[in-house]
Design a binder for this molecule. Sequence first.
Ligand code: CP
Length: 361
Amino acid sequence: MMHSEKEETIQIYPGWTEFYNIEVSDKLDAFIKRNRLFDIIFAQQFDRPFLDFMCELANQVRLLAKTKLGARVLSRLLSHKRAMLYFVQPSTRTFISFMNACHILGMKASEIRGTTTSSEVKGESAEDTIRTFSSYVDLIVVRHPEAGFAEKTAWVLNQTERPVSVINGGSGPDQHPTQALLDIYTLERSFEHIGGLDGKKIAMVGDLKRGRTVRSLSYLMKNYKDVTLYFVSPEIFKMKDDIKNFLKKHDIQFYETDDFASVMPIVDAIYMTRIQKEYATTPAKETDIYPTFHFRKKDLANVQSHCIIMHPLPRRYEIEVDVDKDPRAVYWRQERNGMWIRAALIAYLFGVDDEIACEFN
Ligand code: CP
């Protein structure tokens, strides 16, 4: 009896390496419970109805949070829940926006911001550390330098008697699904009077090879009609084949070029990215800043009047500070949108989204 129970467990949960190597599209069900997304690990988990629903819910959270009465309603929704922010790779806005998203919903949040301040320094494994968090909290948000770490966290917890939701807050150079959500929210809000994101042309510029934000956002384009992507990068930072194969499979038009100037006038959005030097195998030199792929104040004259300039931030040299004053520069609004959409996502994960919607009926 004991033996067959063990076998059954092994059959349901393959070993980590085996699970990790399954095609993402074939394992998405592992992150669903009771017909809802339970863990947020990949951008491929989001379909169009979900994205539209998230944008609407984020709008509702944003509007409610602006009034004292509305903020009080929100702050009672999850006052009985607790979150752990396990951020062992540096972060400013993902961390602070998740922390404030928790505060908006009345959720208590605790944090670990480095492996040197947890018992991992004594040799405790990351898996045991994660299991320990789940003893105390109801949600774990993970930012980690290793690709696949957030997925592993969910995989570990889903085999325990106390699985809690896991959100990927950025896993190595691989994926940043909640950044993709806030990027979609920003694009949809910016284009709400000109037909939304459908039919738009978007340039992604810079380090596309190691930029997890542009990778996750590219996956989401399958949910929008007639979007065209322009991948603008130096040869060494070209978008990887896995993303290009995904786009081909879903009939999403894309072009690759290193001629940024020729792309600027034809696109509706320009998504700038930083050179991800933290993933470089040799130290980056100050000359490795690729000025051809920077956006300067003078470039504003070459883009359309409705074209928005985005950046996941932090920036280094990619966008001249003088661009900030132009209304087409939306990156500061974009980072603030992260707080609203992350609050909406947490509300959804805990099933209190209908209580938010009720406030608008
Ligand atoms: N965009 C983003 O992930 O920023 P942080 O690294 O500051 O969280």
